[in-house]
Write a protein that binds this ligand. Structure first.
Ligand code: SF4
Length: 311
């Protein structure tokens, strides 16, 4: 099959647009949609220093590469990458290696920040000590470190690799669980002291397109799954969306557009509350003490108990 734009051989059939795309036009289309999302939400502006949350997985690697291609030559925009090493044996070390490799290839300043150095224990150790789910510790401490490190590096925005599939799954999941407050958290934030604004430049591209983009540029890809990953409800929503999109191409965009239409209502229903500085660590929090400090205190207590028992 020929490309819909030229005489070259098509490598991808874009079902939602009905277009066949060759390598060149696939890349053009992909990057055009990334630029569109960036412009639409004013994600990158002159003077910005963008911290890229680079786990070393396929999405974040593609994100670092694409941002560097699209904005790397601009003198008024700067990039820095942050990798959080949670301390998940067998899973995180290979992706940290990939993150180091890609940043060195792209010439992007890179910082690896670990749970062990900052909290005194790895995620694997936290899971053994505490009674919470691994993703609870991981999510809270990762967000905490990303925000803190980005701010310390002087970043104005924090870019994550969430794609259209991730976003629509989260939107639908929140609807299905009637968790509208959590849905409102997806609304672009306003500037608040100490909090670095998050941006998602891949929110208009499908996950499979990210994979193809990586393949076309020969980017390193680690497709392993975290050993703690266990999301039965999200998996059901993902499968449903996948089937629905298969039957009716473009419906993931419909989910996104419906969400966007609701943004003004969500802002009114759940206005973003003013943040305080955590009484313990000074990081921004809606409460008196931030969630990271609360969890850390629980873990320290559990650690003390387990040490006493082993004496
Ligand atoms: Fe962290 Fe793994 Fe859970 Fe993802 S699946 S939040 S990496 S523990």
């Amino acid at each position: 099959m020929k490309c819909s734009y030229c005489n070259r051989k098509a490598i991808y059939y874009q079902r939602h647009s009905g277009k066949h795309l060759c390598r060149k036009h696939f890349i053009n289309d992909f990057e055009k949609r990334v630029r569109y999302a960036i412009k639409k939400y004013k994600m990158i502006e002159s003077g910005d220093k963008i911290a890229i949350a680079l786990s070393g997985g396929k999405d974040s690697v593609a994100l670092a590469f694409a941002l560097n291609r699209l904005y790397g030559k601009r003198k008024d925009v700067e990039f820095v990458a942050i990798t959080i090493d949670e301390g998940i044996e067998g899973y995180r070390p290979p992706t940290v290696k990939i993150a180091r490799k890609i940043t060195s290839q792209l010439g992007i300043e890179h910082h690896v920040v670990s749970f062990k150095e900052n909290f005194g224990m790895t995620l694997d150790e936290m899971v053994k000590l505490g009674d919470k789910k691994p993703c609870t510790y991981c999510g809270v401490f990762r967000k905490y470190l990303l925000n803190k490190t980005a701010r310390q590096l002087g970043a104005t925005k924090l870019a994550t690799g969430h794609n259209l599939d991730d976003e629509t799954q989260t939107i639908l999941l929140n609807f299905l669980q009637a968790d509208i407050e959590r849905l409102a958290r997806l609304v672009p934030q306003r500037v608040q002291k100490g909090l670095i604004i998050r941006i998602k430049p891949f929110r208009e591209v499908y996950e499979k397109e990210v994979v193809i983009y990586n393949l076309l540029f020969g980017l390193p890809m680690d497709m392993n799954e975290c050993p703690y990953s266990h999301f039965p409800v999200r998996a059901a929503v993902r499968d449903f969306l996948y089937d629905f999109e298969n039957k009716y191409p473009g419906r993931k965009f419909s989910v996104m557009r419906s969400f966007e239409a609701l943004i003004p209502c969500l802002k009114e229903l759940y206005p973003q509350i003013d943040l305080n500085a955590c009484e313990k660590c000074g990081e921004p929090t809606p409460k008196r003490v931030c969630q990271a400090c609360v969890l850390l205190e629980e873990l320290e207590k559990a650690k003390g108990k387990s040490m006493q028992m082993s004496k």
